[in-house]
Design a protein around this ligand. Sequence first.
Ligand code: PLP
Length: 395
Amino acid sequence: MTIQRGRHFLQTPGPTNIPDRILNAMHRPAIDFASPEFHDLAIACFEDIKAVFQTKSDVFIYTASGHGAWEAALVNILSSGDRVLMPETGRFSLVWRNMTETLGIEVIETPNDWRSAIDPADVTRVLSEDKDHKIKAVLVVHTETATGVTSNIPSIRKAIDDAGHPALLVVDAIASLMTVELPMDKCGVDVVIAASQKGLMLPPGLSFTAVSAKALEVSEKNVMPREYWSWKSRLNSEPYRRFCGTAPEHLIFGLREALDMIKEEGMDAVFARHARIAEAVRKAVGVWVSEGPMEFNALVPEQRANSITCIRMPADTYANDIRTVCRDTFNVSLGGGLATLMGKTFRIGHMGDLNEPMIIGALGGIEATLQVLNVPHGKGGVMAAVDYLADTTTR
Ligand SMILES: *Cc1c(COP(=O)(O)O)cnc(C)c1O
């Protein structure tokens, strides 16, 4: 083993960099979960996290991965035998669909090429054909982390309204929250699903469902058996019940710090920083793909995500070699290809606690890797990113 010095660059699309401030906030002893100190801290987090979802509605916090929040959303608003629409986006819509079917819920899926956003016309068509309103919910992945594509939520809301359909709109924002605007109340989203280890800069271990009044009402009548995930038993009670057991205190200490950091920076500034860093990545990748076999996976430039960029390689070997050399030689960890994109793509995560020199460094490690592996590519990607960052800076 070679000894590595300096910082390792974690450019995976989750988990993401945890700021020292958050790590330090977590570095303390456990406390009495029944104490007024923890009670006040937890209640304030439940209140203050609403701003992150841009909602006045309740946010439920689970000690669970994003998969847990997926299941929580499903079992609270749906029962076995119900029917839903889940437009395909990629590997994450696929896994979520499988979970939904496992719960006995019937899924109608509109197909997708794993390179494009959800077509709102598909949503309108399926819902218009559903005359007797058998479809109870439309479940969409906002940013598909496997493909680097972000779908347009307001256009999907409009598609549901155009069909005059009462289905609930449920959005997996796990890879988009805090990286791109998603004002839940303004967009008319009924449930937003998120997790701690992506745009929120926290360790893995927490996930969230933000729930509209309409969805909460549906959940009250829903007969699906549930206990741990149940919104009802978590509502308006002391922290022990809100977490359905011992609270993940240290993650809550971290969450408190993350919410403070987001408030300090300002939501708009956080979105603008993500847009800027993402554009710098796209400038570099644009140069790399200008010669040779590499391509952006996302076909439509406007659909390219602000949180992750997925790059296609035609030869099976390259994508995995790039990840290995980049990680082990140049200290930059990247995401691999998922499901049918395995071996064909690699992914650069750019969400959370990230700034200009960090992304320039990461892009430098990737460009050096392309050179080491003799992957044909346009040269000067890093310089294009630097130029973009410099040209868009006023002083
Ligand atoms: C990461 C991710 C998930 C899964 O989250 P886990 O915490 O790994 O369960 C689900 N959906 C999307 C869009 C993601 O990016």
